[in-house]
Write a protein that binds this ligand. Structure first.
Ligand SMILES: Nc1ncnc2c1ncn2[C@@H]1O[C@H](COP(=O)(O)OP(=O)(O)OP(=O)(O)O)[C@@H](O)[C@H]1O
Length: 292
């Protein structure tokens, strides 16, 4: 069962195609991290998926319903937070919780209190007077408190201090492990999502370039260092540098049989795999495809 399925999902702004024929599945109960350079189309994809922006072509199914027909009953099962959302400035933090609470029968007041405490939010401060990070925390608390089945977060870490980022990751992991929640999160903060990601989705210029599990990525990527600067290396390798008396590269399809004898082979953390994918991709525009 998939929490999200898109078929040919496309969104144009006049003549610019921001999201181009995306066929994507997000399996239920997985944590998916959407990455891509600035302007790759991440925000547009998330909004188009949820029909916050109507698709120009194609369609999306969210929790089994065509996103154009998402009614309050389905929306209660989805939590969406974006850094671009404008909260109602006149409400206080406590007022925001009181405003949303009756709309969600499953709202968990104990969890709400815990989130507000952990996020150290001033309950009587008006939303319009919160800092950017505090406003993000208030928005996150107001969606985590109803334990959504699907959590869609657009750049949730932006503007948050490191402690709060950790608490947010903890809050998400708690939701995922206890409720089997599905998470789709776009982020440039790759260190933060290292512990979270089950699956990685890479967008480039509106195109879906890769969807793969974190385990598969960890299994196929290796940093390789070989003594000597004239060793022959497989053609598929990335970021090859011949420095001093060493040759170093990243192998995106590691295979011992085609690795030079005596090479030092090191697994890469997901964070470095993200960076390698983004860097590789930015050097192969506009048509380069990532080997997978
Ligand atoms: N309302 C709009 N009108 C015209 N063009 C838009 C609009 N919204 C987005 N775009 C364009 O669509 C493309 C994708 O934008 P989007 O905000 O989805 O990218 P992103 O990957 O979320 O970027 P970032 O990482 O910088 O937040 C960009 O070229 C952007 O200029």
């Amino acid at each position: 069962m998939n929490a999200i399925e898109t078929t040919g999902l496309t969104r144009r702004f006049w003549r610019h195609t921001a999201v181009d024929h995306i066929d994507l599945t997000v399996p239920t109960g997985t944590v998916n991290v959407l990455i891509g350079a600035n302007g790759a189309g991440k925000t547009t994809l998330l909004k188009t998926m949820l029909n916050l922006l109507p698709p120009s072509a194609g369609h999306a199914r969210v929790l089994g319903t065509d996103s154009r027909r998402l009614a309050p009953a389905e929306l209660r099962r989805i939590g969406y937070v974006s850094e671009n959302q404008k909260p109602p400035d006149h409400l206080t933090v406590a007022g925001l919780m009181a405003y949303w609470r009756p709309l969600y029968p499953q709202w968990d007041r104990t969890l709400e209190a815990k989130l507000l405490r952990n996020f150290d939010l001033p309950l009587d401060r008006k939303l319009g007077q919160l800092s950017r990070g505090m406003a993000m925390k208030a928005a996150l608390a107001s969606v985590l408190a109803y334990r959504p089945e699907l959590l869609v977060l657009d750049e949730p870490f932006s503007g948050l201090d490191p402690l709060t980022r950790d608490q947010l990751v903890e809050g998400m992991l708690d939701l995922v492990s206890r409720e089997g929640c599905t998470v789709l999160v776009s982020s440039h903060e790759i260190a933060e999502v290292e512990t979270l990601a089950d699956r990685l989705i890479l967008l480039d210029h509106g195109h879906l370039k890769l969807t793969e599990t974190a385990d598969a990525l960890r299994a196929r990527f290796r940093q390789v260092e070989v003594s000597g600067t004239s060793v022959s290396v497989p053609a598929r390798v990335w970021q090859m540098k011949r420095e001093g008396t060493f040759t170093r590269y990243i192998d995106p399809q590691f295979d011992l049989h085609t690795t030079p004898a005596g090479a030092r082979v090191t697994p890469l953390p997901l964070r470095e795999i993200f960076i390698a994918l983004l860097r590789q991709h930015s050097t192969t525009r506009p048509t380069g495809a990532i080997a997978s």
